[in-house]
Design a protein around this ligand. Sequence first.
Ligand code: SF4
Ligand code: FES
Length: 577
Amino acid sequence: MEKTEISVLPELSMFFSTLHSQSGEGRSALLPCLFVAQELYGYIPEFVVNEISSDLKIPTAEIDKVIEFYPLFHKVPVQKTILHVCNDPSCKMAGADTVFKMIRSGIGESSPYTEGVEIEKAPCLGLCAHNPSLHIQGELLRIPIADRTNNLLVPSSKHTHTNIMGKNRLITTNCGTGKTCTLMEYWKHDGYQALKNALAMDPAAVIEEIKVSSLVGRGGEAFLTGIKWEKAVIGDQKTRFLVCNACETDPLTFKDRVLMEDDPHRILEGMIIAAYAIQSHRGFIVINGEYELAFQILSQAIIDSREAGLLGRNIMGSGFDFDIELRKQGGRYCSGEEIALLESIEGKCAIPRGKPPFPTSKGLFNKPTVINNVETLCNIPVIFKMGAMNYRKIGTDTAKGTVLVCLAGDIKKPGLVEIPYGTTLREIINDFGKGPDNENRFFTALVGGIAGGFIRESDLDIEISLDMATKNKLSLGSGSIVLFNEKRDLLKNLTRIARFFLTETCGKCSSCVNGIEQQVILINKARSGTITTRDCSKFNQICQEMDRSSDCRMGQFATNSFRSAMEEFPSLFVAKK
Ligand code: SF4
Ligand code: FES
Protein backbone atom coordinates (compact mmCIF):
# COMPACT_ATOMS: atom_id res chain seq x y z
CA MET A 1 0.00 0.00 0.00
CA GLU A 2 2.74 2.39 1.03
CA LYS A 3 4.69 1.54 -2.12
CA THR A 4 1.63 2.28 -4.29
CA GLU A 5 1.11 5.67 -2.67
CA ILE A 6 4.73 6.62 -3.19
CA SER A 7 4.67 5.69 -6.85
CA VAL A 8 1.33 7.31 -7.58
CA LEU A 9 1.69 10.57 -5.66
CA PRO A 10 3.98 12.51 -8.04
CA GLU A 11 1.78 11.52 -10.95
CA LEU A 12 -1.31 12.62 -9.08
CA SER A 13 0.11 15.99 -8.15
CA MET A 14 1.15 16.62 -11.75
CA PHE A 15 -2.28 15.63 -12.98
CA PHE A 16 -4.12 17.82 -10.48
CA SER A 17 -1.94 20.84 -11.12
CA THR A 18 -2.79 20.57 -14.82
CA LEU A 19 -6.45 20.02 -14.05
CA HIS A 20 -6.68 23.04 -11.78
CA SER A 21 -4.70 25.33 -14.05
CA GLN A 22 -7.13 24.45 -16.84
CA SER A 23 -10.39 24.40 -14.90
CA GLY A 24 -11.05 28.11 -15.37
CA GLU A 25 -11.93 27.09 -18.91
CA GLY A 26 -14.86 24.97 -17.76
CA ARG A 27 -15.74 22.12 -20.07
CA SER A 28 -13.18 23.23 -22.65
CA ALA A 29 -10.46 21.89 -20.31
CA LEU A 30 -11.84 18.36 -20.59
CA LEU A 31 -9.71 17.00 -23.45
CA PRO A 32 -6.41 18.47 -22.18
CA CYS A 33 -7.10 16.90 -18.76
CA LEU A 34 -7.96 13.53 -20.29
CA PHE A 35 -4.75 13.60 -22.32
CA VAL A 36 -2.69 14.24 -19.17
CA ALA A 37 -4.39 11.35 -17.37
CA GLN A 38 -4.01 9.02 -20.35
CA GLU A 39 -0.32 9.83 -20.54
CA LEU A 40 0.28 9.38 -16.80
CA TYR A 41 -1.65 6.18 -16.23
CA GLY A 42 -1.89 4.63 -19.68
CA TYR A 43 -5.70 4.84 -19.29
CA ILE A 44 -8.31 7.06 -17.61
CA PRO A 45 -8.97 5.63 -14.12
CA GLU A 46 -12.39 6.02 -12.51
CA PHE A 47 -11.09 8.33 -9.75
CA VAL A 48 -9.79 10.69 -12.42
CA VAL A 49 -13.21 10.82 -14.06
CA ASN A 50 -14.75 11.67 -10.68
CA GLU A 51 -12.18 14.39 -9.98
CA ILE A 52 -12.67 15.98 -13.39
CA SER A 53 -16.43 15.76 -12.96
CA SER A 54 -16.42 17.68 -9.69
CA ASP A 55 -13.79 20.18 -10.81
CA LEU A 56 -15.18 21.00 -14.25
CA LYS A 57 -18.85 20.43 -13.29
CA ILE A 58 -19.44 17.84 -16.00
CA PRO A 59 -21.58 14.74 -15.25
CA THR A 60 -19.47 11.55 -15.20
CA ALA A 61 -21.72 9.98 -17.86
CA GLU A 62 -20.81 12.82 -20.23
CA ILE A 63 -17.11 12.34 -19.57
CA ASP A 64 -17.43 8.60 -20.20
CA LYS A 65 -19.14 9.36 -23.51
CA VAL A 66 -16.23 11.57 -24.57
CA ILE A 67 -13.65 8.95 -23.50
CA GLU A 68 -15.47 6.33 -25.52
CA PHE A 69 -15.71 8.56 -28.58
CA TYR A 70 -11.99 9.30 -29.00
CA PRO A 71 -9.79 6.28 -29.78
CA LEU A 72 -6.72 7.78 -28.10
CA PHE A 73 -8.42 7.49 -24.67
CA HIS A 74 -8.83 4.17 -22.89
CA LYS A 75 -11.08 3.21 -19.99
CA VAL A 76 -9.12 0.08 -19.15
CA PRO A 77 -5.36 -0.22 -18.65
CA VAL A 78 -3.26 -0.59 -21.78
CA GLN A 79 0.51 -0.52 -22.02
CA LYS A 80 1.70 3.05 -21.63
CA THR A 81 3.89 2.51 -24.66
CA ILE A 82 2.19 1.50 -27.87
CA LEU A 83 4.01 0.63 -31.06
CA HIS A 84 1.84 1.60 -33.99
CA VAL A 85 2.20 -0.11 -37.34
CA CYS A 86 0.39 1.74 -40.09
CA ASN A 87 -2.39 -0.21 -41.70
CA ASP A 88 -3.24 2.11 -44.60
CA PRO A 89 -2.68 1.49 -48.32
CA SER A 90 0.74 3.05 -48.83
CA CYS A 91 2.27 1.11 -45.91
CA LYS A 92 0.34 -2.06 -46.61
CA MET A 93 1.78 -2.06 -50.12
CA ALA A 94 5.23 -1.73 -48.56
CA GLY A 95 4.73 -4.85 -46.42
CA ALA A 96 3.20 -3.49 -43.20
CA ASP A 97 1.28 -6.73 -42.55
CA THR A 98 4.43 -8.85 -42.61
CA VAL A 99 6.24 -6.38 -40.38
CA PHE A 100 3.32 -6.41 -37.92
CA LYS A 101 3.34 -10.21 -37.67
CA MET A 102 7.10 -10.30 -37.34
CA ILE A 103 7.20 -7.81 -34.50
CA ARG A 104 4.26 -9.36 -32.69
CA SER A 105 5.94 -12.73 -32.69
CA GLY A 106 9.12 -11.20 -31.32
CA ILE A 107 7.69 -8.68 -28.85
CA GLY A 108 9.76 -8.46 -25.68
CA GLU A 109 12.63 -10.53 -27.05
CA SER A 110 14.80 -8.90 -29.63
CA SER A 111 14.77 -5.21 -29.09
CA PRO A 112 14.56 -2.66 -26.30
CA TYR A 113 11.98 -1.05 -28.54
CA THR A 114 9.51 -3.85 -28.03
CA GLU A 115 9.91 -4.59 -24.32
CA GLY A 116 6.84 -3.65 -22.28
CA VAL A 117 5.26 -2.45 -25.47
CA GLU A 118 1.85 -3.12 -26.93
CA ILE A 119 1.65 -3.39 -30.70
CA GLU A 120 -1.36 -2.05 -32.59
CA LYS A 121 -2.36 -1.55 -36.17
CA ALA A 122 -3.09 2.11 -36.74
CA PRO A 123 -4.50 4.30 -39.46
CA CYS A 124 -2.08 6.48 -41.44
CA LEU A 125 0.59 8.03 -39.22
CA GLY A 126 1.46 10.79 -41.66
CA LEU A 127 4.67 8.97 -42.54
CA CYS A 128 3.57 7.58 -45.90
CA ALA A 129 6.88 8.55 -47.51
CA HIS A 130 8.75 6.41 -44.94
CA ASN A 131 6.83 3.18 -45.26
CA PRO A 132 6.08 0.75 -43.85
CA SER A 133 5.77 3.19 -41.01
CA LEU A 134 6.25 2.17 -37.39
CA HIS A 135 5.89 4.72 -34.70
CA ILE A 136 6.52 4.71 -30.99
CA GLN A 137 6.14 7.66 -28.60
CA GLY A 138 6.65 10.19 -31.37
CA GLU A 139 9.63 8.30 -32.75
CA LEU A 140 9.87 6.66 -36.16
CA LEU A 141 11.31 3.14 -36.20
CA ARG A 142 12.66 1.10 -39.03
CA ILE A 143 13.80 -2.46 -39.59
CA PRO A 144 17.04 -2.52 -41.58
CA ILE A 145 16.68 -5.09 -44.36
CA ALA A 146 19.77 -6.99 -43.18
CA ASP A 147 18.26 -7.43 -39.72
CA ARG A 148 14.76 -8.42 -40.73
CA THR A 149 15.36 -12.08 -39.99
CA ASN A 150 16.47 -11.10 -36.48
CA ASN A 151 13.47 -8.83 -36.04
CA LEU A 152 15.70 -5.98 -34.96
CA LEU A 153 14.04 -2.63 -34.62
CA VAL A 154 16.21 0.44 -34.54
CA PRO A 155 15.19 4.05 -34.18
CA SER A 156 15.49 6.29 -37.18
CA SER A 157 16.48 9.82 -36.40
CA LYS A 158 13.77 11.34 -34.24
CA HIS A 159 13.15 14.04 -36.82
CA THR A 160 11.91 12.46 -40.03
CA HIS A 161 13.75 13.59 -43.11
CA THR A 162 11.08 13.77 -45.80
CA ASN A 163 12.10 14.44 -49.41
CA ILE A 164 10.96 17.91 -50.40
CA MET A 165 10.74 18.58 -54.12
CA GLY A 166 9.08 20.98 -56.52
CA LYS A 167 9.38 24.23 -58.41
CA ASN A 168 8.58 27.79 -57.33
CA ARG A 169 8.86 26.63 -53.76
CA LEU A 170 7.34 29.32 -51.55
CA ILE A 171 6.27 27.67 -48.31
CA THR A 172 8.68 24.73 -48.09
CA THR A 173 11.92 26.70 -48.39
CA ASN A 174 12.89 25.82 -44.80
CA CYS A 175 11.70 22.20 -45.02
CA GLY A 176 13.47 18.97 -45.85
CA THR A 177 16.67 19.59 -43.90
CA GLY A 178 15.94 16.83 -41.38
CA LYS A 179 15.70 19.36 -38.54
CA THR A 180 13.46 22.11 -37.25
CA CYS A 181 13.99 25.68 -38.40
CA THR A 182 14.40 27.46 -35.05
CA LEU A 183 13.25 30.99 -34.29
CA MET A 184 16.80 32.26 -34.75
CA GLU A 185 17.14 30.58 -38.16
CA TYR A 186 13.67 31.65 -39.24
CA TRP A 187 14.51 35.21 -38.27
CA LYS A 188 17.73 35.05 -40.32
CA HIS A 189 15.66 34.02 -43.37
CA ASP A 190 13.58 37.20 -43.02
CA GLY A 191 11.09 35.44 -40.76
CA TYR A 192 8.50 37.68 -39.08
CA GLN A 193 9.26 40.43 -41.63
CA ALA A 194 5.82 39.75 -43.13
CA LEU A 195 4.25 40.22 -39.70
CA LYS A 196 6.06 43.52 -39.32
CA ASN A 197 4.69 44.60 -42.72
CA ALA A 198 1.15 43.51 -41.81
CA LEU A 199 1.17 45.18 -38.38
CA ALA A 200 2.02 48.48 -40.08
CA MET A 201 -1.23 48.23 -42.05
CA ASP A 202 -4.82 48.72 -41.02
CA PRO A 203 -6.53 45.33 -40.24
CA ALA A 204 -9.04 45.95 -43.05
CA ALA A 205 -6.15 46.53 -45.47
CA VAL A 206 -4.62 43.21 -44.39
CA ILE A 207 -7.86 41.45 -45.32
CA GLU A 208 -7.92 43.35 -48.62
CA GLU A 209 -4.37 42.22 -49.44
CA ILE A 210 -5.38 38.57 -48.95
CA LYS A 211 -8.45 39.12 -51.13
CA VAL A 212 -6.24 40.58 -53.87
CA SER A 213 -3.93 37.55 -53.66
CA SER A 214 -6.92 35.24 -54.41
CA LEU A 215 -5.57 32.76 -51.86
CA VAL A 216 -8.00 29.88 -51.38
CA GLY A 217 -8.06 27.52 -48.42
CA ARG A 218 -5.91 24.45 -49.01
CA GLY A 219 -8.12 22.22 -46.85
CA GLY A 220 -10.18 20.86 -49.73
CA GLU A 221 -13.16 23.23 -49.82
CA ALA A 222 -11.19 25.88 -51.77
CA PHE A 223 -12.99 28.84 -50.19
CA LEU A 224 -11.43 32.29 -50.68
CA THR A 225 -9.46 33.05 -47.52
CA GLY A 226 -9.91 36.85 -47.68
CA ILE A 227 -13.69 36.47 -47.97
CA LYS A 228 -13.72 34.07 -45.02
CA TRP A 229 -11.82 36.58 -42.88
CA GLU A 230 -14.13 39.39 -43.97
CA LYS A 231 -17.22 37.41 -42.99
CA ALA A 232 -15.85 37.03 -39.46
CA VAL A 233 -15.56 40.78 -38.91
CA ILE A 234 -19.03 41.68 -40.17
CA GLY A 235 -21.39 42.26 -37.25
CA ASP A 236 -20.88 43.71 -33.83
CA GLN A 237 -19.35 40.72 -32.02
CA LYS A 238 -16.03 41.87 -30.61
CA THR A 239 -14.78 38.49 -29.38
CA ARG A 240 -13.47 36.40 -32.26
CA PHE A 241 -11.38 33.26 -32.41
CA LEU A 242 -8.82 31.93 -34.82
CA VAL A 243 -8.35 28.18 -35.12
CA CYS A 244 -5.59 26.43 -37.01
CA ASN A 245 -6.78 23.04 -38.19
CA ALA A 246 -3.72 20.81 -37.85
CA CYS A 247 -5.65 17.56 -37.46
CA GLU A 248 -4.54 16.02 -40.75
CA THR A 249 -6.75 13.01 -40.21
CA ASP A 250 -6.85 12.13 -43.91
CA PRO A 251 -4.89 8.94 -44.54
CA LEU A 252 -2.09 9.22 -47.14
CA THR A 253 -1.49 12.87 -46.27
CA PHE A 254 1.54 14.23 -44.42
CA LYS A 255 2.05 17.82 -45.56
CA ASP A 256 0.93 19.43 -42.27
CA ARG A 257 3.20 17.13 -40.29
CA VAL A 258 6.21 18.18 -42.36
CA LEU A 259 5.36 21.89 -42.11
CA MET A 260 4.87 21.66 -38.34
CA GLU A 261 8.03 19.65 -37.70
CA ASP A 262 10.29 21.54 -40.09
CA ASP A 263 9.05 25.13 -40.08
CA PRO A 264 6.73 25.86 -37.12
CA HIS A 265 7.33 29.62 -37.07
CA ARG A 266 5.88 30.06 -40.55
CA ILE A 267 2.58 28.70 -39.19
CA LEU A 268 2.73 30.95 -36.12
CA GLU A 269 3.54 34.00 -38.25
CA GLY A 270 0.59 33.21 -40.54
CA MET A 271 -1.67 32.86 -37.51
CA ILE A 272 -0.60 36.14 -35.93
CA ILE A 273 -1.24 38.01 -39.20
CA ALA A 274 -4.65 36.33 -39.58
CA ALA A 275 -5.53 37.15 -35.97
CA TYR A 276 -4.52 40.77 -36.46
CA ALA A 277 -6.66 41.00 -39.62
CA ILE A 278 -9.79 39.78 -37.85
CA GLN A 279 -8.79 41.35 -34.51
CA SER A 280 -8.84 38.09 -32.61
CA HIS A 281 -6.89 37.88 -29.37
CA ARG A 282 -7.04 34.16 -28.84
CA GLY A 283 -6.12 31.33 -31.15
CA PHE A 284 -5.99 27.55 -31.00
CA ILE A 285 -3.96 25.03 -32.92
CA VAL A 286 -5.70 21.66 -32.89
CA ILE A 287 -3.18 19.00 -33.76
CA ASN A 288 -3.50 15.32 -34.57
CA GLY A 289 -2.99 13.50 -31.24
CA GLU A 290 -0.65 11.01 -32.95
CA TYR A 291 1.77 13.76 -33.99
CA GLU A 292 3.77 13.79 -30.76
CA LEU A 293 6.94 15.23 -32.28
CA ALA A 294 5.09 18.01 -34.09
CA PHE A 295 3.28 18.77 -30.82
CA GLN A 296 6.57 19.16 -28.95
CA ILE A 297 8.09 21.28 -31.71
CA LEU A 298 5.10 23.61 -31.89
CA SER A 299 4.98 23.90 -28.07
CA GLN A 300 8.60 25.02 -28.07
CA ALA A 301 8.02 27.43 -30.96
CA ILE A 302 5.13 29.04 -29.05
CA ILE A 303 7.29 29.43 -25.93
CA ASP A 304 10.14 30.95 -27.99
CA SER A 305 7.76 33.35 -29.72
CA ARG A 306 6.31 34.51 -26.42
CA GLU A 307 9.78 35.16 -25.04
CA ALA A 308 10.66 37.14 -28.17
CA GLY A 309 7.55 39.33 -27.89
CA LEU A 310 5.95 37.79 -30.98
CA LEU A 311 3.03 36.36 -29.02
CA GLY A 312 1.27 37.75 -25.97
CA ARG A 313 0.79 41.40 -25.18
CA ASN A 314 1.78 44.28 -27.46
CA ILE A 315 3.25 42.15 -30.25
CA MET A 316 6.30 43.86 -31.81
CA GLY A 317 5.29 47.06 -29.99
CA SER A 318 2.12 47.33 -32.11
CA GLY A 319 -0.36 47.39 -29.23
CA PHE A 320 -1.95 44.20 -30.59
CA ASP A 321 -2.39 41.25 -28.18
CA PHE A 322 -2.72 37.64 -29.29
CA ASP A 323 -1.82 34.26 -27.87
CA ILE A 324 -2.11 30.66 -28.99
CA GLU A 325 -3.12 27.48 -27.17
CA LEU A 326 -2.03 24.14 -28.56
CA ARG A 327 -4.59 21.34 -28.29
CA LYS A 328 -4.36 17.65 -29.12
CA GLN A 329 -7.18 16.00 -30.98
CA GLY A 330 -8.44 12.60 -29.80
CA GLY A 331 -7.91 10.63 -33.00
CA ARG A 332 -11.14 10.50 -35.00
CA TYR A 333 -11.23 11.11 -38.74
CA CYS A 334 -14.34 13.30 -38.60
CA SER A 335 -12.69 15.52 -35.94
CA GLY A 336 -10.95 17.32 -38.79
CA GLU A 337 -14.29 18.63 -40.06
CA GLU A 338 -14.67 22.32 -39.15
CA ILE A 339 -17.61 22.12 -36.77
CA ALA A 340 -16.41 18.87 -35.22
CA LEU A 341 -13.08 20.54 -34.56
CA LEU A 342 -14.77 23.31 -32.60
CA GLU A 343 -16.83 20.77 -30.65
CA SER A 344 -13.60 19.07 -29.57
CA ILE A 345 -12.14 22.37 -28.30
CA GLU A 346 -15.34 22.83 -26.30
CA GLY A 347 -14.77 19.43 -24.68
CA LYS A 348 -17.44 17.52 -26.57
CA CYS A 349 -17.49 14.57 -28.96
CA ALA A 350 -16.26 15.78 -32.34
CA ILE A 351 -19.48 15.19 -34.26
CA PRO A 352 -20.10 17.38 -37.31
CA ARG A 353 -23.41 19.18 -37.76
CA GLY A 354 -24.91 20.74 -40.83
CA LYS A 355 -24.17 24.34 -41.82
CA PRO A 356 -25.40 27.11 -41.56
CA PRO A 357 -24.70 28.69 -39.19
CA PHE A 358 -21.13 28.93 -40.44
CA PRO A 359 -18.27 29.28 -37.95
CA THR A 360 -17.52 32.80 -39.22
CA SER A 361 -20.80 33.95 -37.68
CA LYS A 362 -21.35 31.38 -34.91
CA GLY A 363 -18.28 29.32 -34.19
CA LEU A 364 -16.25 28.52 -31.10
CA PHE A 365 -18.20 29.34 -27.91
CA ASN A 366 -20.82 30.81 -30.29
CA LYS A 367 -18.45 33.58 -31.38
CA PRO A 368 -17.26 34.38 -34.92
CA THR A 369 -14.40 32.03 -35.69
CA VAL A 370 -12.02 31.69 -38.60
CA ILE A 371 -10.68 28.20 -39.22
CA ASN A 372 -7.69 27.92 -41.56
CA ASN A 373 -5.56 24.88 -42.12
CA VAL A 374 -1.78 24.68 -41.77
CA GLU A 375 -0.93 24.99 -45.47
CA THR A 376 -3.24 27.97 -45.96
CA LEU A 377 -1.67 29.80 -43.02
CA CYS A 378 1.84 29.13 -44.34
CA ASN A 379 0.94 31.10 -47.47
CA ILE A 380 0.09 34.25 -45.49
CA PRO A 381 3.69 35.33 -44.65
CA VAL A 382 4.69 34.68 -48.28
CA ILE A 383 1.97 37.04 -49.52
CA PHE A 384 2.99 39.82 -47.13
CA LYS A 385 6.62 39.46 -48.11
CA MET A 386 6.29 39.31 -51.89
CA GLY A 387 3.07 41.33 -52.21
CA ALA A 388 -0.34 40.06 -53.32
CA MET A 389 0.13 41.21 -56.92
CA ASN A 390 3.34 39.20 -57.29
CA TYR A 391 1.74 36.18 -55.61
CA ARG A 392 -1.08 36.33 -58.16
CA LYS A 393 1.42 35.90 -60.97
CA ILE A 394 2.15 32.33 -59.82
CA GLY A 395 -0.25 29.60 -60.95
CA THR A 396 -3.03 29.79 -63.52
CA ASP A 397 -5.77 32.29 -64.38
CA THR A 398 -8.13 30.61 -61.96
CA ALA A 399 -5.81 29.20 -59.27
CA LYS A 400 -3.10 31.33 -57.71
CA GLY A 401 0.03 30.33 -55.85
CA THR A 402 1.49 26.93 -55.15
CA VAL A 403 0.02 23.79 -53.63
CA LEU A 404 1.50 20.83 -51.77
CA VAL A 405 1.20 17.26 -52.97
CA CYS A 406 2.06 14.20 -50.86
CA LEU A 407 3.52 11.60 -53.18
CA ALA A 408 3.54 7.97 -52.01
CA GLY A 409 2.91 4.35 -53.01
CA ASP A 410 4.77 2.55 -55.79
CA ILE A 411 7.01 5.47 -56.69
CA LYS A 412 10.79 5.80 -56.81
CA LYS A 413 11.03 9.03 -54.86
CA PRO A 414 8.17 9.52 -52.41
CA GLY A 415 7.92 12.83 -50.57
CA LEU A 416 6.33 16.24 -50.48
CA VAL A 417 6.11 18.24 -53.71
CA GLU A 418 5.35 21.96 -53.88
CA ILE A 419 4.18 23.00 -57.33
CA PRO A 420 2.42 25.99 -58.86
CA TYR A 421 -1.16 25.34 -59.95
CA GLY A 422 -1.13 24.31 -63.59
CA THR A 423 1.53 21.61 -63.15
CA THR A 424 0.54 18.29 -64.71
CA LEU A 425 0.20 14.97 -62.92
CA ARG A 426 2.88 13.64 -65.30
CA GLU A 427 5.40 16.24 -64.11
CA ILE A 428 4.64 15.48 -60.47
CA ILE A 429 4.91 11.73 -60.88
CA ASN A 430 7.73 11.48 -63.42
CA ASP A 431 9.86 14.60 -62.92
CA PHE A 432 9.71 14.86 -59.14
CA GLY A 433 8.71 11.33 -58.09
CA LYS A 434 11.01 9.77 -60.75
CA GLY A 435 8.22 7.48 -61.96
CA PRO A 436 6.97 4.09 -60.80
CA ASP A 437 9.39 2.03 -58.70
CA ASN A 438 11.10 -1.20 -59.80
CA GLU A 439 10.40 -2.63 -63.21
CA ASN A 440 6.65 -2.66 -62.71
CA ARG A 441 4.46 -0.57 -64.95
CA PHE A 442 2.17 2.21 -63.82
CA PHE A 443 -1.35 0.90 -63.36
CA THR A 444 -3.22 3.75 -61.70
CA ALA A 445 -2.90 6.57 -59.18
CA LEU A 446 -5.35 7.61 -56.51
CA VAL A 447 -5.50 11.40 -56.68
CA GLY A 448 -6.87 13.39 -53.73
CA GLY A 449 -6.46 10.90 -50.88
CA ILE A 450 -8.74 8.04 -49.93
CA ALA A 451 -11.74 10.15 -50.85
CA GLY A 452 -10.23 10.93 -54.24
CA GLY A 453 -10.43 9.41 -57.69
CA PHE A 454 -8.40 6.95 -59.77
CA ILE A 455 -6.73 7.92 -63.03
CA ARG A 456 -5.42 5.99 -66.01
CA GLU A 457 -2.08 6.54 -67.68
CA SER A 458 -3.87 8.55 -70.38
CA ASP A 459 -4.95 11.08 -67.72
CA LEU A 460 -1.41 12.07 -66.75
CA ASP A 461 -1.57 15.35 -68.66
CA ILE A 462 -4.33 16.69 -66.42
CA GLU A 463 -3.23 19.92 -64.76
CA ILE A 464 -3.63 20.51 -61.04
CA SER A 465 -6.22 23.26 -60.74
CA LEU A 466 -9.22 24.34 -58.75
CA ASP A 467 -11.58 23.44 -61.58
CA MET A 468 -10.30 19.87 -61.96
CA ALA A 469 -13.58 18.66 -60.50
CA THR A 470 -15.69 20.19 -63.27
CA LYS A 471 -13.16 19.59 -66.04
CA ASN A 472 -11.83 16.16 -65.09
CA LYS A 473 -14.10 14.84 -62.33
CA LEU A 474 -11.03 14.90 -60.11
CA SER A 475 -9.92 16.95 -57.13
CA LEU A 476 -6.65 17.29 -55.25
CA GLY A 477 -8.74 16.95 -52.07
CA SER A 478 -6.49 16.27 -49.11
CA GLY A 479 -3.45 16.71 -51.35
CA SER A 480 -2.09 13.24 -51.94
CA ILE A 481 -1.26 11.13 -54.96
CA VAL A 482 -0.62 7.42 -54.42
CA LEU A 483 0.69 5.23 -57.22
CA PHE A 484 -0.31 1.61 -57.78
CA ASN A 485 1.70 -0.60 -60.08
CA GLU A 486 0.30 -3.32 -62.32
CA LYS A 487 0.84 -6.01 -59.66
CA ARG A 488 -1.47 -4.38 -57.13
CA ASP A 489 -4.88 -5.74 -56.26
CA LEU A 490 -7.08 -2.66 -56.47
CA LEU A 491 -10.10 -4.35 -54.89
CA LYS A 492 -8.04 -5.27 -51.85
CA ASN A 493 -7.03 -1.64 -51.44
CA LEU A 494 -10.63 -0.52 -51.88
CA THR A 495 -11.60 -2.90 -49.08
CA ARG A 496 -9.12 -1.21 -46.75
CA ILE A 497 -10.45 2.24 -47.69
CA ALA A 498 -14.08 1.17 -47.23
CA ARG A 499 -13.31 -0.38 -43.84
CA PHE A 500 -11.60 2.82 -42.79
CA PHE A 501 -14.76 4.82 -43.46
CA LEU A 502 -16.86 2.17 -41.72
CA THR A 503 -14.79 2.61 -38.56
CA GLU A 504 -14.69 6.37 -38.80
CA THR A 505 -18.28 7.37 -39.57
CA CYS A 506 -19.66 9.09 -36.49
CA GLY A 507 -22.99 7.33 -37.04
CA LYS A 508 -25.17 10.42 -36.92
CA CYS A 509 -26.68 10.20 -40.43
CA SER A 510 -28.33 6.96 -41.47
CA SER A 511 -27.62 7.65 -45.16
CA CYS A 512 -23.88 7.87 -44.45
CA VAL A 513 -23.80 4.68 -42.37
CA ASN A 514 -25.98 2.74 -44.82
CA GLY A 515 -23.99 3.89 -47.86
CA ILE A 516 -20.66 2.95 -46.31
CA GLU A 517 -21.98 -0.47 -45.24
CA GLN A 518 -23.30 -1.11 -48.74
CA GLN A 519 -19.93 -0.11 -50.14
CA VAL A 520 -18.17 -2.80 -48.07
CA ILE A 521 -20.72 -5.43 -49.15
CA LEU A 522 -20.32 -4.50 -52.80
CA ILE A 523 -16.54 -4.62 -52.76
CA ASN A 524 -16.70 -8.06 -51.17
CA LYS A 525 -19.08 -9.14 -53.91
CA ALA A 526 -16.71 -7.78 -56.54
CA ARG A 527 -13.84 -9.69 -54.95
CA SER A 528 -15.81 -12.92 -54.96
CA GLY A 529 -17.02 -12.31 -58.51
CA THR A 530 -20.71 -12.22 -57.56
CA ILE A 531 -21.44 -8.54 -58.17
CA THR A 532 -24.27 -7.75 -60.62
CA THR A 533 -25.17 -4.76 -62.80
CA ARG A 534 -28.24 -4.31 -60.63
CA ASP A 535 -26.01 -4.04 -57.52
CA CYS A 536 -24.04 -1.25 -59.18
CA SER A 537 -27.03 0.81 -60.27
CA LYS A 538 -28.69 0.40 -56.87
CA PHE A 539 -25.49 1.62 -55.26
CA ASN A 540 -25.52 4.75 -57.41
CA GLN A 541 -28.94 5.60 -55.99
CA ILE A 542 -27.63 5.07 -52.46
CA CYS A 543 -24.77 7.47 -53.20
CA GLN A 544 -27.20 10.12 -54.42
CA GLU A 545 -29.05 9.81 -51.12
CA MET A 546 -25.74 10.19 -49.26
CA ASP A 547 -24.98 13.36 -51.23
CA ARG A 548 -28.40 14.75 -50.42
CA SER A 549 -28.80 14.03 -46.75
CA SER A 550 -25.41 13.75 -45.06
CA ASP A 551 -24.55 16.31 -42.42
CA CYS A 552 -20.90 16.63 -43.38
CA ARG A 553 -18.73 16.15 -46.44
CA MET A 554 -17.67 12.67 -45.37
CA GLY A 555 -21.09 11.40 -46.40
CA GLN A 556 -20.51 12.92 -49.82
CA PHE A 557 -17.02 11.65 -50.44
CA ALA A 558 -16.72 8.34 -48.53
CA THR A 559 -17.65 6.43 -51.67
CA ASN A 560 -15.66 8.57 -54.14
CA SER A 561 -12.74 6.22 -54.70
CA PHE A 562 -15.03 3.21 -55.09
CA ARG A 563 -17.28 5.02 -57.57
CA SER A 564 -14.26 6.23 -59.49
CA ALA A 565 -12.80 2.70 -59.64
CA MET A 566 -16.13 1.41 -61.00
CA GLU A 567 -16.00 4.06 -63.70
CA GLU A 568 -12.33 3.71 -64.65
CA PHE A 569 -11.97 -0.06 -64.31
CA PRO A 570 -15.44 -1.52 -64.99
CA SER A 571 -14.00 -4.97 -65.73
CA LEU A 572 -13.26 -5.37 -61.99
CA PHE A 573 -16.95 -5.07 -61.21
CA VAL A 574 -18.52 -7.80 -63.29
CA ALA A 575 -19.69 -11.24 -62.22
CA LYS A 576 -17.19 -14.00 -62.88
CA LYS A 577 -18.74 -17.02 -64.52
S1 SF4 B 1 -22.04 12.34 -42.90
FE1 SF4 B 1 -21.23 10.60 -41.73
S2 SF4 B 1 -19.44 11.40 -40.63
FE2 SF4 B 1 -20.65 13.19 -41.35
S3 SF4 B 1 -22.02 13.67 -39.64
FE3 SF4 B 1 -23.15 12.25 -40.94
S4 SF4 B 1 -22.69 10.19 -40.10
FE4 SF4 B 1 -21.19 11.62 -39.25
S1 FES C 1 1.82 6.34 -42.79
FE1 FES C 1 1.12 4.51 -43.74
S2 FES C 1 -0.24 5.19 -45.29
FE2 FES C 1 0.39 7.03 -44.29
